[in-house]
Design a protein around this ligand. Structure first.
Ligand SMILES: [Zn+2]
Length: 479
């Protein structure tokens, strides 16, 4: 086929069109579990007899099967769609439309913390925040080449009363950022320039493809585009790698490899950009990865036609792999947008463009994060960090006082003032995975203390509010 191969497998006189491989015979099956059954008509025709299709998994050892079933059960428990509902993080509405996420206050709080985290790290790394609109004119995407490539698949044009005007919902932020670069003359002394934006983009996905937060029709990227001189590519890569690793560390992703995608050396004419520049940037990526001691795999021929890239393949606690933190060199867009800078030689040169997004899409990243921590967010991210539970209504005033003290010290706290038994309030706070519970009653009020429980640890003793704050702040900085 034009874009790959298809394979056939034979079992006796049965030929199967499938990806394979097939087992040579059933003797290899040592452990089996039936997972599901479904009705099917012979040859897909409802006039034919109904058959039962059975689905199962098999492993060469009973132990491997059992491990797989445990992981499967754990994956179900951690499913971000289930936890998203239980923890009040996000929802969807048919009226709003399929694949369009509605962030609830708690989910929005986590997302906002992630944005703040990235904003702070980016300012330190010399990024310049920019803001661009959600739509762009047809001409923008014709220039970028996205119209020719994705026109039919992307959203339909937005028309205005002026028949000559046609706009599109923005499917990516890069073209807008190119125009920011082009908004005035640039000198080699201005470079590198790093434009960052939490840019919301829209892409049409088939409704059958939509899945929770991982496949949506509107999402926000922690996007940035770096414009630099060819000899600055390595330094920029090192800085982005540092930013990505800083992010992984803060969020507990410790198991990753870097995949470096280079061009196919046999087919150099397939790629845009000069041989010299490709060589420079491919070496820069390899050197940057080596300098940062990354475990790498190199894939020849996996580069995009417009530039080589580095991806992080991250393993989550269930051993599933996610592609995160792509850093992509681009020789195409600077060419199409005719971006230039004046070099030290007083001549015009093309800058190199680098796309990068450590989280990728905030929606997809939240899904991965929720499943990774099973909804039990690190303290600095938790939407609600402390809940204060009075043992009876008469201690409500004291509970409010403690709550205010904590909130004034920037600890996200609320009081559970519902008319419920204390046991129920504690159970509910456990289900909500609120990191800390503070219980106050007569003894606490008289002595000006609080009793605290840490999620998963249980009772951790009595503190003054001051001591308790110290403990929280210590945990937050450790995170
Ligand atoms: Zn981009």
């Amino acid at each position: 086929l034009q874009d790959g191969q298809i394979s056939f497998y034979e079992q006796g006189n049965f030929t199967d069109l499938c990806k394979g491989p097939h087992l040579p015979d059933t003797g290899y099956i040592k452990a089996v579990k039936l997972m599901n059954i479904a009705g099917a008509y012979w040859r897909g025709d409802e006039k034919n007899k109904q058959l039962t299709r059975i689905y199962g998994v098999t492993f060469p050892k009973q132990k491997l099967l059992e491990e797989y079933l445990v992981l499967l059960e754990e994956a179900k428990k951690r499913d971000h769609r289930k936890l998203g509902k239980e923890l009040d993080l996000f929802t969807f509405s048919e009226k709003v439309g399929a694949g369009l996420v509605l962030w609830l206050p708690k989910g929005a709080a986590v997302r906002d913390r992630l944005e703040q985290f990235m904003r702070k790290a980016q300012v330190k790394a010399g990024y310049l925040p920019v803001v661009t609109p959600h739509i762009g004119s047809k001409e923008l995407y014709v220039t970028s080449g996205h119209y020719a490539k994705y026109g039919a698949d992307s959203f339909q044009p937005i028309r205005t009363p002026n028949v000559d005007e046609e706009y599109f919902l923005k499917p990516m932020n890069c073209p807008h950022h190119c125009e920011i670069y082009a908004s005035r003359p640039r000198s080699y002394k201005d470079l590198p320039l790093r434009f960052a934006e939490f840019g919301t983009v829209y892409r049409y996905e088939q409704s059958g493809e939509l899945h929770g937060l991982t496949r949506v029709r509107g999402f926000t990227q922690d996007d940035a585009h770096l414009f630099c001189r060819p000899e600055q590519v390595k330094d920029e890569f090192i800085k982005v790698i540092d930013l990505v690793l800083h992010t992984f560390k803060a969020l507990g992703f410790n198991d990753y490899t870097a995949q470096i995608s280079l061009r196919d050396p046999e087919n150099k004419e397939k790629y845009i950009g000069s041989d010299e520049n490709w060589e420079k940037s491919e070496n820069a990526i390899i050197e940057a990865a080596t300098e940062r001691g990354l475990k790498t795999v190199t894939e020849l021929g996996e580069a995009a036609f417009y530039g080589p890239k580095l991806d992080f393949m991250v393993k989550d606690v269930l051993g599933r792999q996610w592609q995160l933190g792509t850093i992509q060199v681009d020789y195409n867009l600077p060419e199409r947008f005719e971006l230039e800078y004046i070099g030290a030689d007083n001549q015009k040169h093309r800058p190199v463009m680098i796309h990068r997004a450590p989280f990728g899409s905030l929606e997809r990243f939240m899904a991965i994060l929720i499943e990774q921590c099973a909804g039990d967010f690190p303290l600095w991210l938790a939407p609600e960090q402390v809940i204060v539970i009075p043992v009876a209504d008469k201690f409500l005033n004291y509970a409010e006082k403690v709550c205010n003290l904590l909130n004034n010290s920037e600890i996200r706290t609320s009081v559970d003032n519902r008319n419920e038994k204390i046991g129920k309030k504690i159970r509910d706070a456990e289900i909500q995975k609120t990191p800390y519970m503070v219980i106050v009653g007569e003894k606490e009020e008289n002595e000006g203390l609080i009793s605290a429980r840490r999620h998963k640890l249980g009772d951790i003793g009595t503190f003054t509010v001051e001591e308790f704050l110290q403990r929280l702040n210590q945990e937050i900085t450790l995170d």
